[in-house]
Design a protein around this ligand. Structure first.
Ligand code: HEC
Ligand code: CU
Length: 318
Protein backbone atom coordinates (compact mmCIF):
# COMPACT_ATOMS: atom_id res chain seq x y z
CA UNK A 1 0.00 0.00 0.00
CA UNK A 2 1.44 3.42 -0.81
CA UNK A 3 -1.00 5.87 0.84
CA UNK A 4 -1.68 6.89 -2.78
CA UNK A 5 1.51 9.01 -2.81
CA UNK A 6 4.33 7.99 -5.15
CA UNK A 7 7.19 6.14 -3.44
CA UNK A 8 10.08 8.04 -4.99
CA UNK A 9 13.09 7.56 -2.70
CA UNK A 10 15.00 4.80 -0.94
CA UNK A 11 13.14 5.67 2.29
CA UNK A 12 9.62 5.62 0.89
CA UNK A 13 8.99 1.86 0.98
CA UNK A 14 10.46 1.14 4.45
CA UNK A 15 8.64 4.15 5.96
CA UNK A 16 5.32 3.18 4.39
CA UNK A 17 5.77 -0.39 5.62
CA UNK A 18 6.31 0.82 9.16
CA UNK A 19 3.45 3.31 8.99
CA UNK A 20 1.06 0.62 7.74
CA UNK A 21 2.19 -1.87 10.38
CA UNK A 22 1.49 0.68 13.13
CA UNK A 23 -1.84 1.58 11.57
CA UNK A 24 -2.92 -2.07 11.54
CA UNK A 25 -1.66 -2.65 15.09
CA UNK A 26 -3.33 0.45 16.56
CA UNK A 27 -6.50 -0.18 14.53
CA UNK A 28 -6.62 -3.76 15.82
CA UNK A 29 -6.25 -2.71 19.47
CA UNK A 30 -8.89 0.03 19.12
CA UNK A 31 -11.28 -2.39 17.47
CA UNK A 32 -10.71 -4.98 20.22
CA UNK A 33 -11.40 -2.45 23.00
CA UNK A 34 -14.60 -1.23 21.32
CA UNK A 35 -15.92 -4.75 20.62
CA UNK A 36 -15.50 -5.75 24.29
CA UNK A 37 -17.00 -2.43 25.43
CA UNK A 38 -20.16 -2.86 23.37
CA UNK A 39 -20.44 -6.52 24.30
CA UNK A 40 -20.29 -5.62 28.04
CA UNK A 41 -22.77 -2.77 27.53
CA UNK A 42 -25.28 -5.22 26.14
CA UNK A 43 -24.55 -8.11 28.46
CA UNK A 44 -24.62 -6.07 31.71
CA UNK A 45 -27.35 -3.59 30.76
CA UNK A 46 -29.86 -2.79 33.54
CA UNK A 47 -32.33 -5.60 34.02
CA UNK A 48 -30.38 -8.26 32.14
CA UNK A 49 -30.08 -11.64 33.85
CA UNK A 50 -26.24 -11.65 33.64
CA UNK A 51 -24.37 -13.08 36.62
CA UNK A 52 -23.37 -10.22 38.96
CA UNK A 53 -21.72 -12.26 41.76
CA UNK A 54 -18.33 -10.58 41.24
CA UNK A 55 -16.41 -13.82 41.77
CA UNK A 56 -12.60 -13.44 41.64
CA UNK A 57 -10.58 -15.78 39.48
CA UNK A 58 -6.92 -15.75 38.50
CA UNK A 59 -5.70 -17.09 35.22
CA UNK A 60 -1.91 -16.85 35.19
CA UNK A 61 -1.56 -17.62 31.47
CA UNK A 62 -4.03 -14.93 30.46
CA UNK A 63 -2.45 -12.27 32.69
CA UNK A 64 1.05 -13.02 31.50
CA UNK A 65 0.02 -12.93 27.87
CA UNK A 66 -1.67 -9.53 28.06
CA UNK A 67 1.46 -8.12 29.58
CA UNK A 68 4.04 -9.92 27.49
CA UNK A 69 2.44 -9.64 24.04
CA UNK A 70 2.04 -5.83 24.07
CA UNK A 71 5.47 -5.50 25.69
CA UNK A 72 7.13 -7.48 22.90
CA UNK A 73 5.13 -5.62 20.25
CA UNK A 74 6.19 -2.22 21.56
CA UNK A 75 9.83 -3.20 22.02
CA UNK A 76 9.70 -4.58 18.49
CA UNK A 77 8.38 -1.29 17.12
CA UNK A 78 11.07 0.54 19.04
CA UNK A 79 13.83 -1.63 17.54
CA UNK A 80 12.34 -1.31 14.07
CA UNK A 81 12.00 2.46 14.21
CA UNK A 82 15.41 3.13 15.79
CA UNK A 83 16.91 1.06 13.00
CA UNK A 84 15.15 3.09 10.33
CA UNK A 85 15.96 6.35 12.10
CA UNK A 86 19.68 5.50 12.19
CA UNK A 87 19.54 4.88 8.45
CA UNK A 88 17.85 8.25 7.93
CA UNK A 89 20.50 10.04 10.00
CA UNK A 90 23.61 8.44 8.42
CA UNK A 91 24.37 9.50 4.87
CA UNK A 92 26.81 7.23 3.04
CA UNK A 93 30.37 8.61 2.99
CA UNK A 94 30.35 9.51 -0.71
CA UNK A 95 26.96 11.27 -0.75
CA UNK A 96 26.84 14.30 -3.05
CA UNK A 97 26.53 17.54 -1.04
CA UNK A 98 23.99 20.20 -2.02
CA UNK A 99 23.59 23.36 0.04
CA UNK A 100 20.16 24.79 0.85
CA UNK A 101 19.42 28.21 2.33
CA UNK A 102 15.82 28.79 3.38
CA UNK A 103 14.54 32.33 3.45
CA UNK A 104 11.11 33.92 3.86
CA UNK A 105 9.70 32.56 1.52
CA UNK A 106 11.91 30.61 -0.81
CA UNK A 107 14.38 27.77 -1.09
CA UNK A 108 17.80 28.69 -2.43
CA UNK A 109 19.94 25.87 -3.72
CA UNK A 110 23.71 25.74 -4.40
CA UNK A 111 25.26 22.77 -6.19
CA UNK A 112 28.89 21.61 -5.85
CA UNK A 113 30.11 23.43 -8.95
CA UNK A 114 28.46 26.71 -7.97
CA UNK A 115 25.27 26.33 -10.04
CA UNK A 116 22.29 27.83 -8.22
CA UNK A 117 18.54 27.52 -8.44
CA UNK A 118 15.54 28.82 -6.50
CA UNK A 119 12.49 26.78 -5.45
CA UNK A 120 13.74 23.92 -7.61
CA UNK A 121 16.09 21.15 -6.56
CA UNK A 122 17.54 19.16 -9.43
CA UNK A 123 19.03 15.81 -8.39
CA UNK A 124 20.33 12.76 -10.25
CA UNK A 125 18.50 9.45 -10.14
CA UNK A 126 20.01 6.69 -8.01
CA UNK A 127 22.75 8.80 -6.41
CA UNK A 128 22.91 9.47 -2.64
CA UNK A 129 22.38 13.21 -2.13
CA UNK A 130 23.15 14.98 1.14
CA UNK A 131 21.48 18.32 1.76
CA UNK A 132 23.24 20.71 4.13
CA UNK A 133 20.69 23.29 5.17
CA UNK A 134 20.45 26.52 7.08
CA UNK A 135 18.04 29.41 7.36
CA UNK A 136 18.49 33.11 6.80
CA UNK A 137 15.66 34.12 9.13
CA UNK A 138 13.20 31.89 10.99
CA UNK A 139 12.74 28.13 11.39
CA UNK A 140 11.56 26.42 8.21
CA UNK A 141 11.16 22.74 7.49
CA UNK A 142 12.19 21.00 4.29
CA UNK A 143 9.64 18.39 3.31
CA UNK A 144 9.37 16.14 0.25
CA UNK A 145 6.30 13.96 0.88
CA UNK A 146 6.98 11.64 -2.07
CA UNK A 147 10.44 10.93 -0.65
CA UNK A 148 9.09 10.60 2.95
CA UNK A 149 11.82 12.93 4.24
CA UNK A 150 11.47 16.03 6.38
CA UNK A 151 14.01 18.10 8.30
CA UNK A 152 13.86 21.37 10.22
CA UNK A 153 15.97 24.18 8.75
CA UNK A 154 17.17 26.37 11.61
CA UNK A 155 18.92 29.76 11.65
CA UNK A 156 22.45 29.62 13.08
CA UNK A 157 22.78 25.90 12.57
CA UNK A 158 23.48 23.40 9.80
CA UNK A 159 21.06 20.50 9.60
CA UNK A 160 21.34 17.65 7.13
CA UNK A 161 19.11 15.30 5.21
CA UNK A 162 19.96 12.57 2.70
CA UNK A 163 18.15 10.38 0.20
CA UNK A 164 18.49 8.47 -3.03
CA UNK A 165 15.84 9.43 -5.59
CA UNK A 166 14.43 6.26 -7.14
CA UNK A 167 12.02 7.66 -9.74
CA UNK A 168 12.38 10.14 -12.57
CA UNK A 169 9.98 13.08 -12.57
CA UNK A 170 8.90 16.16 -10.66
CA UNK A 171 7.92 15.96 -7.01
CA UNK A 172 6.49 18.70 -4.79
CA UNK A 173 8.58 20.33 -2.09
CA UNK A 174 6.96 22.05 0.90
CA UNK A 175 7.87 24.13 3.92
CA UNK A 176 6.22 22.34 6.81
CA UNK A 177 6.95 24.78 9.63
CA UNK A 178 4.77 27.88 9.87
CA UNK A 179 7.16 30.70 8.96
CA UNK A 180 5.05 33.78 8.37
CA UNK A 181 2.58 35.30 5.93
CA UNK A 182 3.58 33.42 2.80
CA UNK A 183 4.42 30.14 4.48
CA UNK A 184 1.84 28.32 2.38
CA UNK A 185 3.46 29.62 -0.80
CA UNK A 186 6.92 28.42 0.20
CA UNK A 187 6.79 25.48 -2.14
CA UNK A 188 9.02 24.12 -4.85
CA UNK A 189 9.78 21.19 -7.10
CA UNK A 190 12.30 18.41 -6.83
CA UNK A 191 13.34 17.41 -10.35
CA UNK A 192 14.81 13.95 -10.62
CA UNK A 193 16.78 13.53 -13.84
CA UNK A 194 19.15 10.85 -15.13
CA UNK A 195 22.81 11.04 -14.12
CA UNK A 196 23.85 12.06 -17.61
CA UNK A 197 21.26 14.83 -17.73
CA UNK A 198 22.33 16.04 -14.32
CA UNK A 199 25.98 16.25 -15.38
CA UNK A 200 24.97 18.11 -18.56
CA UNK A 201 22.78 20.45 -16.55
CA UNK A 202 25.63 21.20 -14.10
CA UNK A 203 28.05 21.86 -16.93
CA UNK A 204 25.64 24.25 -18.64
CA UNK A 205 26.27 26.66 -15.77
CA UNK A 206 28.49 29.70 -16.11
CA UNK A 207 28.89 30.09 -12.36
CA UNK A 208 32.38 30.11 -10.90
CA UNK A 209 33.23 27.24 -8.53
CA UNK A 210 32.13 28.08 -4.94
CA UNK A 211 35.73 28.36 -3.70
CA UNK A 212 36.50 30.99 -6.35
CA UNK A 213 33.34 32.93 -5.64
CA UNK A 214 34.35 32.71 -1.97
CA UNK A 215 37.82 34.12 -2.70
CA UNK A 216 36.20 37.11 -4.42
CA UNK A 217 33.99 37.75 -1.40
CA UNK A 218 37.00 37.30 0.87
CA UNK A 219 38.64 40.25 -0.86
CA UNK A 220 35.41 42.22 -1.26
CA UNK A 221 34.49 42.05 2.45
CA UNK A 222 38.03 42.96 3.47
CA UNK A 223 38.81 39.64 5.12
CA UNK A 224 42.02 39.33 3.11
CA UNK A 225 43.24 42.63 4.53
CA UNK A 226 43.64 40.88 7.90
CA UNK A 227 43.86 37.19 7.09
CA UNK A 228 46.14 36.94 4.08
CA UNK A 229 49.71 36.00 5.04
CA UNK A 230 51.77 39.16 5.16
CA UNK A 231 48.82 41.47 5.82
CA UNK A 232 50.67 43.02 8.69
CA UNK A 233 47.71 42.57 11.05
CA UNK A 234 47.82 39.89 13.72
CA UNK A 235 45.07 37.57 12.56
CA UNK A 236 45.14 33.78 12.16
CA UNK A 237 46.14 32.44 8.73
CA UNK A 238 43.12 30.44 7.60
CA UNK A 239 44.95 27.73 5.67
CA UNK A 240 44.28 24.41 7.40
CA UNK A 241 41.83 25.77 9.95
CA UNK A 242 38.95 23.59 8.69
CA UNK A 243 38.86 20.35 10.68
CA UNK A 244 41.65 21.46 13.03
CA UNK A 245 41.43 21.83 16.79
CA UNK A 246 41.27 25.45 17.89
CA UNK A 247 42.00 26.72 21.39
CA UNK A 248 39.84 29.68 22.32
CA UNK A 249 40.75 32.59 24.58
CA UNK A 250 38.71 31.10 27.44
CA UNK A 251 40.78 27.89 27.27
CA UNK A 252 38.09 25.75 25.64
CA UNK A 253 39.19 23.65 22.67
CA UNK A 254 36.80 23.18 19.75
CA UNK A 255 36.89 21.40 16.41
CA UNK A 256 36.70 23.81 13.49
CA UNK A 257 33.71 22.30 11.70
CA UNK A 258 31.12 24.06 9.51
CA UNK A 259 29.33 25.47 12.50
CA UNK A 260 32.57 26.86 13.97
CA UNK A 261 33.57 28.59 10.73
CA UNK A 262 30.05 29.99 10.34
CA UNK A 263 30.09 31.53 13.82
CA UNK A 264 33.72 32.67 13.48
CA UNK A 265 32.60 34.76 10.50
CA UNK A 266 29.16 35.90 11.62
CA UNK A 267 29.64 36.21 15.38
CA UNK A 268 33.40 36.43 15.98
CA UNK A 269 32.99 37.76 19.52
CA UNK A 270 31.44 34.45 20.64
CA UNK A 271 34.64 32.47 20.03
CA UNK A 272 37.86 34.42 20.06
CA UNK A 273 40.94 32.38 19.15
CA UNK A 274 43.52 32.22 21.95
CA UNK A 275 46.42 34.62 21.50
CA UNK A 276 44.55 37.12 19.32
CA UNK A 277 42.85 40.40 20.09
CA UNK A 278 39.10 40.42 19.41
CA UNK A 279 39.42 42.94 16.60
CA UNK A 280 37.50 41.07 13.93
CA UNK A 281 34.30 42.99 13.08
CA UNK A 282 31.00 41.11 13.17
CA UNK A 283 29.53 40.36 9.78
CA UNK A 284 26.08 39.50 11.09
CA UNK A 285 23.44 41.13 8.87
CA UNK A 286 26.17 42.18 6.40
CA UNK A 287 26.80 38.74 4.90
CA UNK A 288 23.90 36.44 4.08
CA UNK A 289 23.98 32.69 4.58
CA UNK A 290 24.70 31.95 0.93
CA UNK A 291 27.83 34.11 1.05
CA UNK A 292 28.90 32.46 4.30
CA UNK A 293 28.72 29.10 2.47
CA UNK A 294 30.93 30.49 -0.32
CA UNK A 295 33.44 31.94 2.15
CA UNK A 296 33.52 28.55 3.89
CA UNK A 297 34.09 26.80 0.55
CA UNK A 298 37.07 29.11 0.00
CA UNK A 299 38.49 28.52 3.49
CA UNK A 300 38.09 24.74 3.05
CA UNK A 301 39.81 24.88 -0.34
CA UNK A 302 42.94 26.34 1.24
CA UNK A 303 43.91 22.78 2.10
CA UNK A 304 45.49 21.26 5.17
CA UNK A 305 48.20 23.04 7.10
CA UNK A 306 51.64 21.57 7.52
CA UNK A 307 51.37 19.10 10.39
CA UNK A 308 52.34 20.38 13.86
CA UNK A 309 55.21 17.87 13.94
CA UNK A 310 56.82 19.72 11.04
CA UNK A 311 56.29 23.25 12.23
CA UNK A 312 56.28 22.69 15.94
CA UNK A 313 53.22 24.90 16.44
CA UNK A 314 49.54 24.16 16.50
CA UNK A 315 47.16 26.10 14.35
CA UNK A 316 46.14 28.65 16.93
CA UNK A 317 49.68 29.56 17.88
CA UNK A 318 50.80 30.90 14.53
C1 HEC B 1 40.13 43.54 11.31
C2 HEC B 1 40.77 42.32 10.91
C3 HEC B 1 39.87 41.16 10.47
C4 HEC B 1 38.96 41.14 9.45
C5 HEC B 1 38.55 42.26 8.52
C6 HEC B 1 38.43 39.77 9.42
N1 HEC B 1 39.00 39.03 10.41
FE1 HEC B 1 38.66 37.08 10.76
N2 HEC B 1 39.79 37.17 12.45
C7 HEC B 1 40.54 38.27 12.84
C8 HEC B 1 41.21 37.98 14.12
C9 HEC B 1 42.10 38.92 14.91
C10 HEC B 1 40.81 36.67 14.46
C11 HEC B 1 41.22 35.90 15.74
C12 HEC B 1 40.41 36.40 16.91
C13 HEC B 1 38.99 35.96 16.84
O1 HEC B 1 38.75 34.76 16.76
O2 HEC B 1 38.10 36.84 16.86
C14 HEC B 1 39.94 36.20 13.39
C15 HEC B 1 39.36 34.91 13.34
C16 HEC B 1 38.73 34.38 12.21
C17 HEC B 1 38.39 33.00 12.04
C18 HEC B 1 38.66 31.89 13.03
C19 HEC B 1 40.07 31.45 12.70
C20 HEC B 1 40.66 30.35 13.53
O3 HEC B 1 41.88 30.21 13.45
O4 HEC B 1 39.93 29.63 14.21
C21 HEC B 1 37.80 32.89 10.81
C22 HEC B 1 37.27 31.60 10.17
C23 HEC B 1 37.78 34.20 10.23
N3 HEC B 1 38.35 35.10 11.11
C24 HEC B 1 37.25 34.50 8.99
C25 HEC B 1 37.09 35.79 8.51
C26 HEC B 1 36.36 36.14 7.31
C27 HEC B 1 35.66 35.12 6.38
C28 HEC B 1 36.36 37.49 7.20
C29 HEC B 1 35.68 38.36 6.16
C30 HEC B 1 34.25 38.19 6.05
C31 HEC B 1 37.18 37.99 8.30
N4 HEC B 1 37.59 36.94 9.07
C32 HEC B 1 37.49 39.32 8.50
C33 HEC B 1 40.67 39.47 12.17
C34 HEC B 1 39.89 39.84 11.08
CU1 CU C 1 9.16 28.27 5.60
Amino acid sequence: MSLSLPEASNFAVPIDRMFNAMLVLCGGVTLGVFVVMFWFCIKYRRGSDANREGRHSTKMGLELSWMLIPFLLFVGIFAWSINLWTLLRRPPAGAMPVYIVAKQWMWKVQHVNGRREIDTLTVPLGVPVRLIMTSQDVIHSFYIPDFRVKQDVVPGRYTALWFVATRLGNFPLFCSEYCGTDHAAMTGTVKVVSREDYQKWLKASTALPPAEQGRQLFVQFGCSGCHDPGSGIRAPVLRGVYGSTVTLADGVTVTADDRYLHDAIVLPATQVVAGYAPIMPTYQSRIDEEDVLLLMAYIKSLGPQASPAQTGVTHAQR
